[in-house]
Design a protein around this ligand. Sequence first.
Ligand code: TYM
Length: 328
Amino acid sequence: MKRVFSGVQPTGNIHLGNYLGALRQFVELQNNHECLYCIVDQHAITVNQDPKELREHILDVAALYLAIGVDPKRSIVFVQSDVPAHTELSWILTCNSYTGELYRMTQFKSKSHNKESAPAGLLMYPVLMAADILLYDTDIVPVGNDQKQHIELCRNIATRINNTRKKTFVIPDGRFMKEGARVMALDDPTQKMSKSAPNIHSRISLLDEPNKIKKSIMKATTDSDGIIKFDIENKPGVSNLLNIYSVLSGESIADIEAKYEGKGYGDFKKDLVEITVSTLAPIKERYEEIRHSDELIEILKDGSERANAIADRTMKRVKDNFGLGLKK
Ligand code: TYM
């Protein structure tokens, strides 16, 4: 069975972009793959976090994984910092990375605002991500489009090491959805939907109340044409809403365009509100059931045990190939 690894940062406001780009793949893949789904808390501390909030957000993401349908009997669900080998491997990969390739990462450029005093953790972020993936001999990494460059870097580091010493790592492939891999902000369709944008109406969080969902969609930026048609370049707002509509309803964009021919944005948006609310309601319900349960903690403890067992085997091989420590 092929192995799958992915992670989400526990930084609050998990949104429709995270769901459509990455999370819904998690559920689909667990049927015929060996899956590990991680809450990447060490990535979250590349920017300042309140310790109490971070702990809560870790459990929020874990509960959301289960609420969307990740099954802990089939998939390993765990917290990154509960498996020390992630940072251990990260150092070994750091010694095989070039500063130039790290400075070229677009996420680093945008998060550091090109300041010289940017936190070094932001620069090293993709190396830790590579460690997450390579530690489990991962074949497939389901993510949104914004992670493409990071996956490419991971592949490059792994290939470099395989070519210069014994074959050490499995080379992973990213897995991206055709629709939903890049959900845009509702208030500005030139920006991707994000957890941290100050305007709460820029995103739909998976746990939003129906009224908030309605407000955000009804306010969403469109244009003055009044025509429901997919055209990313000239109609980015409408195209983004069409994408969301299509993925959530399972209807093709062409069918949706035909359905709303001659109708206005108001009708289209009202229906999109309904589809979104009815998709998210069962997720929210399941989330509320599990979020404060002992079961959740047990699932994470069991997950970290299973993840540590795989990680320890990889680290033995890696250390042998690098000549680190005493032979065991
Ligand atoms: P994070 O927490 O920012 O996002 C979680 C997942 O959601 C996807 N995503 C989106 N997809 C579509 N449209 C959007 N607007 C959108 N915004 C976010 C992301 O691509 C991601 O798949 N670096 C990762 C976390 C990570 C990771 C890993 C992922 C750390 N180690 C190893 C895979 C494998 C991140 O920042 O995700």
